[in-house]
Write a protein that binds this ligand. Structure first.
Ligand code: ATP
Length: 759
């Protein structure tokens, strides 16, 4: 016997903790209507994990809890424990002699399970119980009025009941699970395929792009090599030419500095002419002074002449006087001719003189001469003497004056000599300066010529440098362009080696010596490759490659997913087919056995006749079942195989359930239910007033069938029927007190002991 004990607390009318032991094959529960007997059957359902509160006559968990009465407080929770015997370890995996399953429901809806005191999930409970062929709503708890259910059921429902009784539900669940899985998997497959379909154009596009990227990379490779050579050559060309030009520039620049300096110096030399001007004016001044001196000398000389004339006159006077003294009144011819000669001289002088003053002066002296000549004809000696003295005195004075004048002449001459000397010196200087300046000018002219030629030479170099600067500017731009197009690694172009065909490395000189045309050709080739790259322009290579890789990976992943899903579908279909086969085989076999026992029990109940479950084709419409025609019906998509009950009563021409009496219906259903139990006996069976409609004679037959069932399953019978009670080893009386609380009274029936204990 598997059932040991039921403990109820707070469940429906069982407000207080109540314990029912099941130590006999048959236990009967008796009591007046409404005392709480059915609540006990429901407590079984509850603890076994029933999820339908409706099947326990409630709407929600709270309805399972004692709701209180005017005399008793309501309970906060309901707890049921069912204890199974496990001494034979029929519950696999549980190494205890007892298995205790508990379920608690609280008013707030919290619901929990325990297996041997440990918290468990409903799933664990169901698994544990299904292993010993016990389920919550299974056929082993036949509720009140349920006997009729199998008769009233539609063919498909009935088939379901039979399948459940045959223990096929587990396979059907499995099949349903597999079908659900299949549907889900097929859905997944469709989704994955559609994802692949969606992906396909993108992959195609990316493949095309990747092709372009690869081609572009190839060109880029060529372009990189070309760029490196081009940039290297350009760099060498520019730097060596710059070096050359800088060197070429050095000498002319140095020379130009020299020339410039020389020109500067020469310019100073030429500028010396300024002193020449001073010198010239000084010379002019000296000349003027000289002329002044000459004039003064002339004046002084004339003075001297006058003085000499006077002296001469005085001397002649003296001579005359002396001659007169010799009283010779005659005048010697010599005197007259010398007198005439002197006068003639003076006249000559006058004729050659321009100065009026001088003419006047000479005329004065002529007059004196004439007077003196005439005077020399008179003869007074005293007078002559004094005259002679006076004249001599005058002569003395005149000689002195003449001497003074001579000195002046002397001084003037000295002064004039000094001036002359200075003038000569200056004129020499001027002449010398003039010659130096002329030389400087000549040299300056030469220098300027040289300066001009150096400048134009330098100008050419500068033009070359400026041209080189332009090339350099373009080169700098090209470096940036190259880095932008083929990547920054091209910037190490300086380390790039250029080889000859013999793999010798070209020197910088050799590189620079190359014809520029070759470099131009390279530039054109670069431009050509750039254009080709441009044409292949597909956006960021990395992004495309990354995306292609990502998308291809995703596609591969999806492709694998597709084959996985296809495999899953295949295996699920196989599982379903296997399950269907198993279900079908077991169903056929089980149905045959149920029919055998059904027939036997039917005959036993009715004393003859026939009863069987027959397969019937039914069609479904709008999810409701309709009974269909015969077996021969064509199978359609909506056509299923149900079961109908075929009976024929002995001695009566009654076929079909509708024509049976209430009692007859009860007998048929009992026979069928019992047959179902017999074929796949559950460990225990609860029958809630299954015998309610039977008369005494049939009650006896029922009782004998119950005994047969008890050989296979432990029975708990809720009954009002004495015949039924008589077969029980233990009798529990249920009463309800005035507080609406159910109580249990146990009575052990049997030959050796009959007693009653209050619980
Ligand atoms: P019958 O012989 O007529 O079938 P029974 O002995 O099977 O009657 P039950 O149907 O088991 O009686 O018990 C019904 C009783 O249980 C009713 O009196 C009902 O009020 C009481 N009951 C049901 N649910 C609760 C609840 N949550 N709290 C208190 N009492 C409850």
């Amino acid at each position: 016997m598997i059932l040991k004990r039921l403990e109820i607390s707070g469940f429906k009318s069982f407000a207080q903790k109540t314990e029912l032991n099941f130590n006999f094959p048959i236990t009967a529960i008796v009591g007046p209507n409404g005392s709480g007997k059915s609540n006990i059957a429901e407590s079984f359902r509850f603890v076994l994990g029933e999820q339908s509160f409706k099947s326990m006559r409630g709407k929600r968990g709270e309805d399972m809890i004692f709701s209180g009465s005017p005399k008793a407080r309501r309970a906060n929770f309901a707890e049921i424990s069912l204890v199974f015997d496990n001494s034979d370890r029929r519950f696999s995996g549980v190494d205890f002699d007892e298995v205790r399953i508990s379920r608690v429901v609280h008013r707030d809806g919290e619901n929990s399970y325990r297996i041997n005191g440990s918290r468990a999930r409903l799933k664990d409970v169901i698994e544990l119980l299904s292993a010993v062929h016990i389920g919550a709503s299974a056929h082993h708890i036949i509720s009140q009025g349920e006997t009729d259910r199998i008769l009233n059921a539609k063919p498909l429902e009935r088939r379901g009941m039979i399948e459940e009784a045959l223990g096929l539900k587990i396979y059907q669940h499995k099949r349903k699970d597999s079908e659900k899985k299949l549907l889900k998997t097929e859905e997944n497959l469709r989704e994955v395929r559609s994802l692949r379909r969606e992906l396909a154009p993108r992959i195609e596009f990316l493949k095309d792009q990747v092709g372009k990227v690869e081609k572009a990379r190839f060109i880029q490779g060529d372009l990189t090599d070309l760029y490196k050579e081009f940039l290297k050559r350009e760099f060498v060309y520019i730097s060596s030419n710059r070096k050359r030009l800088e060197t070429e520039k050095e000498e002319p620049e140095r020379r130009l500095n020299e020339v410039n300096e020389e020109i500067e110096r020469l310019r100073e030399e030429v500028a010396r002419d300024e002193t020449a001007e001073y010198k010239n004016s000084r010379v002019f001044e000296l000349e003027r002074s000289q002329r002044g001196l000459d004039e003064r000398r002339g004046d002084v000389l004339r003075e001297i002449g006058r003085i000499e004339g006077e002296i001469h006159y005085h001397q002649n006077r003296i001579k005359y006087l002396e001659d007169s003294a010799k009283t010779d009144p005659s005048v010697a011819w010599s005197n007259v001719s010398s007198f005439l000669e002197e006068v003639d001289n003076d006249i000559n002088k006058i004729e050659g003189e321009h100065s009026i003053e001088e003419v006047k002066r000479i005329m004065g002296s002529v007059r004196v001469r004439i007077r003196d000549f005439l005077g020399s004809f008179s003869g007074d000696s005293a007078e002559i003497r004094s005259e002679k003295e006076r004249i001599e005195n005058d002569l003395y004075l005149l000689e002195d004056e003449k001497k003074g004048k001579r000195q002046v002449i002397e001084d003037l001459k000295k002064e004039a000599d000094k001036l002359m000397e200075e003038r000569r010196y200056l004129q020499e200087e001027i002449a010398k300066d003039r010659s130096v300046s002329r030389q400087a000018e000549r040299r300056m002219f030469e220098c300027m010529n040289e300066q001009q030629s150096i400048r134009s030479g330098l100008e050419k170099i500068r033009r070359d440098i400026s041209d080189l600067d332009k090339i350099d500017a373009v080169f700098k731009y090209e470096i940036q362009e190259a880095a932008r197009i083929v990547g920054s690694f091209v910037l190490d172009y300086r380390d790039h080696e250029i080889n000859t065909e013999n793999q010798d490395v070209l020197s910088d000189e050799e590189i620079a010596a190359e014809n520029r045309e070759e470099q131009e050709n390279r530039r054109k080739e670069i431009e050509r490759l750039k254009i080709r790259l441009e044409e292949l322009s597909v956006g960021s290579h990395k992004e495309i490659m990354d995306e292609y890789e990502e998308v291809s990976e995703r596609d591969e992943f999806l492709a694998e997913e597709v084959s996985d899903l296809e495999r899953s579908i295949e295996s699920l279909r196989k599982v379903i087919a296997d399950l269907e086969e198993t279900i079908e085989n077991r169903f056929q076999e089980g149905l045959a056995r149920i029919n055998d026992v059904f027939q036997d029990f039917f005959v036993e109940m009715f004393g003859g006749g026939n009863a069987s479950l027959r397969k019937i084709r039914v069609k479904t419409s709008h999810s409701s079942f309709e009974e269909g025609g015969d077996d021969g019906d064509e199978e359609t998509q909506d056509s299923f195989e149900g079961l109908e009950i075929a009976v024929s009563l002995p001695h009566k021409n009654v076929k079909g359930l509708l024509m049976l009496s209430g009692g007859e219906r009860a007998l048929v259903s009992v026979a069928l239910i019992f047959a179902m139990s017999q074929v796949n006996p559950p460990p225990f069976l609860i029958l809630d007033e299954t015998d309610a409609a039977l008369d005494e004679a049939n009650s006896r037959k029922y009782s004998s069938l119950v005994e047969k069932l008890a050989q296979q399953s432990q029975l708990i019978l809720i009954t009002h029927n004495r015949e039924t009670m008589a077969g029980a080893g233990m009798l529990y009386g249920v009463t309800m007190d005035s507080g609406g609380i159910s109580k249990i009274l146990s009575v052990r029936l049997g030959p050796e002991e009959v007693g009653a204990t209050d619980q």
